[in-house]
Design a protein around this ligand. Structure first.
Ligand SMILES: Cc1cc2nc3c(=O)[nH]c(=O)nc-3n(C[C@H](O)[C@H](O)[C@H](O)COP(=O)(O)OP(=O)(O)OC[C@H]3O[C@@H](n4cnc5c(N)ncnc54)[C@H](O)[C@@H]3O)c2cc1C
Length: 209
């Protein structure tokens, strides 16, 4: 194929589901590749639709699916928007990116543990992970002191969900896959150290280490 110039890739569909039909999240909208959100959003959608089909195709489930899909798309767009807006402020950009990494690693670990702690993308429906005010403040940061204060606040904000040692200044933004981070975070996931060790084992992590 010849190279093409597509000036605008993002889109949002006006209707996501109707009588006996639904768009997958990847057809419902697209924000930006920055956080690689395509696969997880699509897989969440596939698993939700599978449950709806299994239970009752006629139920109001499809309307709920459409709302969840749209809400998560918008939550993704707000985070990506704040990241683009802070590209001139590297420490703030890094801190904002931790919101994504904290939510993603917490959700994926909870899922593997079989704990129903993270049913929505970016922990969107978790009342303790409401990023809106942080994202709004990120756009209004005027000086280094305000930026630093917000970075500190983000680190405190993610802490209850931080299962990967994120924000540790000694790591200088380089995060290894360290089993000890997850084992230490077991209580945050409502799990024992043994349960987390079991997940690492099942995933082949211990064998690989
Ligand atoms: C260049 C690029 C890079 C990406 N990088 C990432 C990334 O790094 N991380 C990430 O999370 N997401 C990424 N994505 C997004 C991700 O690929 C999509 O969100 C995801 O693949 C959507 O899955 P899907 O099953 O809905 O659609 P698709 O993967 O597009 O699958 C649809 C399938 O249906 C087939 N098909 C279409 N019409 C018909 C028909 N009439 N009959 C039979 N078959 C048909 C197609 O051939 C295709 O195989 C990227 C996307 C692109 C384009």
């Amino acid at each position: 194929m010849p190279f093409v110039h597509a000036p605008r890739l993002s889109f949002r569909s006006g209707t996501i589901a109707g009588h006996r039909w639904a768009l997958l999240p990847s057809a419902a909208g697209f924000v930006d590749p920055l956080l690689s959100t395509g696969f997880p959003l699509t897989l969440l959608g596939v698993s939700r639709l599978a449950q709806i089909i299994e239970r009752d195709w006629e139920s109001p489930g499809l309307a709920t699916y459409a709302r969840q899909t749209e809400d998560e798309l918008l939550a993704t767009s707000r985070l990506i928007g704040a990241l683009y807006a802070s590209m001139g402020n590297f420490p703030l950009f890094v801190s904002l990116s931790l919101l994504y990494f904290a939510a993603a690693s917490f959700s994926e670990t909870a899922r593997r543990l079989g704990k129903p702690l993270a049913s929505s993308f970016l922990l969107h429906d978790n009342p303790r992970f409401q990023m809106q005010s942080i994202l709004e403040r990120a756009r209004r940061v005027r000086n280094e002191a305000e930026s630093q204060a917000l970075c500190d606040e983000i680190r405190r904000f993610i802490e209850p969900f931080n299962v990967a040692g994120l924000g540790d200044p000694r790591r200088r933004n380089w995060y290894p896959a360290d089993a000890e981070d997850m084992l230490r975070a077991a209580p945050k996931l409502g799990a024992s150290r043994e349960e987390v060790a079991g997940v690492l084992d099942r995933c082949g992590f211990s064998a690989a280490g």
